[in-house]
Ligand binder design. Structure first.
Ligand SMILES: C[S@@+](CC[C@H](N)C(=O)[O-])C[C@H]1O[C@@H](n2cnc3c(N)ncnc32)[C@H](O)[C@@H]1O
Length: 346
């Protein structure tokens, strides 16, 4: 099969994605006579051969969908031989390295080839990826996968320690990507691999100390526009928020107690790690007072009949109710820092 040349029906030898749910997918290679066990019972490969990609296939106790693989689906389902880059970071890398059809890219280490698949998709049909891995079995496995996925002609896998022996490439690459424990050792050789007309480089490191050392080395080697970023997925809860209409009369505002400290504390509490009920209060236009109101929701998302009230204790008849996205107080999901730099022509 070929990841990049779509065909309509499942054939023997194809790598397909079995979709049982967002959190339940499997990548399998179709072999005549083979059987794959799912939570809905046994799935015979023979029953999938010839079906149209995207169609529903029935198992003894349920059904699933057969999907054509994309780099994103492959990243979510590939066999892990190492830590991998996920689609969130990959999207930033692809953009910042300016990957496009025809680009030549150098990468190390190959690892589980999660990023490699995405790079190849971006540089097709006339670009090339040179990927380097010093672990022999990982290099071999990646090569086999590229062959199975019909990508061999776009990638060269080399089994090599790039920190010790370098890439042995000169004036060929538009971009270099490093996912190595000691990236600074590979930087002089990476610089040599970049085209004389210049190019972009990226180094992925989980720790800030590695980032600092990489940045210092990039600077010494004459790279410019050095910048480090972290890309995190931010989830939002959809909430129904009920704001009382503000009171603008001076008389009312004088009579209002201005215990804002208490309200600020309440704000902070709602921003607590639990995060579920975090709703920022709106500051009213002419007073120090803040007022906000969150209607409770049941599991199905319906608004429950909670009486409307504000923090200064008055019942309010005229309210403004709206839906809003509320971000959680904390954003877990650190994988690493991406350091980018540009090499300009001399
Ligand atoms: C975290 S993995 C890379 C994962 C890859 N980016 C992916 O998305 O699947 C790092 C890889 O670098 C390889 N490696 C470490 N030092 C190396 C070196 N000096 N030369 C070549 N490969 C190296 C390791 O064997 C490992 O497979």
């Amino acid at each position: 099969m070929s990841f990049h040349k779509y065909h309509e029906k499942v054939q023997e030898g194809d790598t397909v994605i079995l979709y049982l749910g967002y959190e339940n997918m499997h990548a399998i290679q179709i072999k005549r006579g083979a059987v794959f066990q799912t939570k809905y019972g046994a799935l015979k490969h023979n029953d999938i051969i010839g079906t149209i990609y995207g169609s529903r296939v029935h198992c003894p106790k349920g059904y699933l969908y057969v999907l054509y693989p994309t780099p994103e689906l492959w990243t979510s389902n590939l066999p892990h031989r190492t830590q991998i880059l996920y689609s969130t970071d990959i999207s930033v890398v692809s953009l910042q390295l300016d990957l496009k059809p025809g680009a030549v890219v150098v990468e190390s280490g190959t690892g589980s080839a999660s990023l490699s698949h995405a790079i190849i998709r971006s540089i097709l049909p006339d670009g090339h990826l040179y990927t380097f891995e010093f672990h022999k079995e990982r290099a071999q496995k990646a090569e086999e996968e590229f062959k199975d996925h019909g990508l061999s002609e776009y990638v060269t896998v080399t089994h090599k320690d790039v920190c010790q022996f370098g890439f042995d490439l000169e004036d060929v690459a538009d971009a270099v990507f490093l996912d190595l424990p000691v990236p600074w050792d590979a930087l002089p050789s990476a610089k040599k691999a970049l085209k004389k007309q210049g190019g972009r480089i990226c180094s992925f490191s989980p720790c800030i100390e590695q980032v600092q050392k990489t940045c210092a080395c990039l600077d010494e080697l004459g790279f410019e526009e050095i910048s480090t970023m972290e890309c995190l997925v931010r989830n939002y809860d959809v909430r129904t928020i009920n704001l009382p209409n503000p009171e603008f009369s001076k008389e009312k505002s004088k009579s209002q107690p201005t215990d804002t400290r208490k309200m600020e504390q309440e704000d902070m509490d709602t921003d607590s790690p639990k995060g579920d009920d975090s709703v920022k209060c709106e500051e009213s236009a002419d007073t120090n007072s803040k007022a906000c109101d969150v209607k409770d929701k049941n599991q199905s998302g319906d608004v429950l009949d909670v009486p409307s009230w504000d923090y200064i204790g008055r019942k309010s008849d005229a309210n403004f109710t709206f839906k809003s996205g509320i971000s959680l107080g904390r954003m877990p999901g650190h994988t690493g820092y991406l350091t980018f730099a540009t090499l300009y022509p001399l």
